[in-house]
Ligand binder design. Structure first.
Ligand code: PMP
Ligand code: GLN
Length: 419
């Protein structure tokens, strides 16, 4: 073969002095909107419980699974082939069951086609609702302490959180305080009753005042009612039932707490079509759908007789009282709520009154894990002396935790009142 020589003209290379992007700083990769949240306290404390072989009264999950018949329904749904993507809004049987549940317990009428949306737990429902409804700069009003995912969701949406404090020991609030923080950018009021981490169940009067306020200021209300069946000593009143509220309220709940299947992550949002559609607009790009066979099983769970729901409540109430009384005997000031899985102790009258250091030392000292309630506050000072304990554990486990605490703290002679 004959060789040809090709002359390549010399090429001038321009070397950029300034790189277009700064070199990657591996320690600061996280979007600044999220960096402030770090790892969730639940993951951190549950890992600590495992590492120290402690009893986990931190993260709120039951240590007993829900009904066997519902587990069997999930297995059957897998065997029967419910294993591909369900419809975007959730399987029809579950949407129907959610609508019937709302009618059975609260007299709320919903169109399962357009007013119910199945989500990956209540977490996704709240997050998608906030992303779907809020634009950057919009303000979300919420009570502090708050469930941790709310503020992350608000940050992801580029919205701004505005908090109003619930104050111990009764977790009361001042409606005037809400009036003071409202601005033309206020768009959503995010409510949670029964309330994590305080155990507060908002009263009829409080809900009426919030409803009146929301109407007067044209706010959308997102209400997280995951503990609706764990209103232990008070009546659960959905805020959407208050006059003028159904048209502006998106109600969120989930199967996790009601059926003791927190790992299944089946939740739902219900309410007027525009609010459900706004939630769906974001939800379809978060997970699109989840948990097909679990959706089938939860559709069945929602039809369990009333006795299932009342037994769950009574069981949790007796566990609350067991833990509350045990802690009181150890001379802790106990703030019992009226609902949820949680109670708080207040360390303010003790020498070691800092909840965070108390929780750091507790695993080593007593082999028990709890959560420093301050992490749920923006106004850390209000929650500084508070510690949250979960009582969704078997009585024998609660007894064992109390035995360990008794060894660490000694039996007290004077008991402080249960508030
Ligand atoms: N809201 C509140 C108030 C909670 O306490 C929790 C956690 N248990 C959730 C939402 C999350 O619910 P899910 O697991 O259904 O996402
Ligand atoms: N809701 C549970 C609690 O408050 C925990 C849920 C979670 O781990 N994200 O303890």
């Amino acid at each position: 073969m004959e060789a040809t020589t090709i002359e390549i003209p010399s090429v001038r290379c321009v070397v950029m002095q300034q790189p277009l992007y700064a070199p990657i700083d591996r320690d600061h990769l996280i979007n600044r909107a999220l960096a402030e949240f770090g790892t969730t306290i639940f993951a951190e404390m549950s890992a600590l419980a495992i590492a120290t072989n402690s009893i986990n009264l931190g993260q709120g999950f039951p240590d007993t699974d829900g009904p066997e018949v519902i587990k069997a329904a999930a297995s059957r749904a897998i065997a029967d082939g419910h294993n591909q993507y369900p419809p975007g809004r959730g399987i029809a049987a579950l949407r129907e069951a959610v609508a019937q549940h709302q009618a059975r317990f609260y007299g709320i009428e919903l169109d399962p086609e357009e007013e119910v949306l199945i989500t990956a737990g209540a977490t996704e429902a709240v997050t998608a609702a906030i992303i779907g409804l809020c634009e950057p700069g919009d303000e979300v009003l919420l009570f502090e302490p708050y469930y941790d995912s709310y503020v992350a969701a608000i940050a992801i949406a580029g919205a701004r959180r505005v908090t109003v404090a619930l104050r111990p020991p009764n977790w009361s609030f001042d409606i005037e305080e809400i009036r003071r923080v409202i601005t033309p950018r206020s768009r959503v009021l995010l409510l949670n009753s029964p309330h994590n981490p305080t155990g507060k169940v908002f009263s009829r009067e409080e809900l009426a005042a919030i409803a009146e306020f929301a109407i007067a200021h044209n706010l959308i209300v997102i209400t997280d009612e995951v503990y609706e069946h764990l209103s232990l000593t008070a009546e659960h009143l959905p805020i959407s039932r208050f006059p003028g509220m159904s048209e502006r309220t998106l109600t969120v709940s989930s199967a996790g707490k009601t059926f003791s299947f927190t790992g299944w992550k089946i939740g739902w949002a219900s309410g007027p079509r525009p609010l459900v559609n706004a939630t769906l607009a974001a939800k379809q790009f978060l997970t699109y759908v989840n948990g097909a066979p679990f959706q089938v099983a939860i559709a069945e769970a929602l039809t369990l007789p009333d006795s299932y729901f009342s037994q769950l409540r009574l069981q949790m109430l007796s566990q609350r009282d067991l833990l509350g009384a045990g802690l009181r005997r150890l001379d802790f000031e106990v703030l019992l709520g009226q609902g949820t899985y949680f109670l708080n102790i207040d360390l303010s009258s003790r020498q070691d009154s800092d909840g965070l250091s108390f929780c750091r030392e507790l695993p080593g000292l007593a082999g028990v894990v709890a959560i420093p309630t301050a992490v749920f506050f923006d106004s850390k000072e209000i929650g500084r002396s508070l510690v949250r304990f979960a009582f969704c554990k078997r009585p024998a486990v609660i007894e064992e935790a109390l035995r360990r605490l008794r060894i660490a703290f000694g039996e007290a002679t004077v008991s402080s009142p249960i508030v």
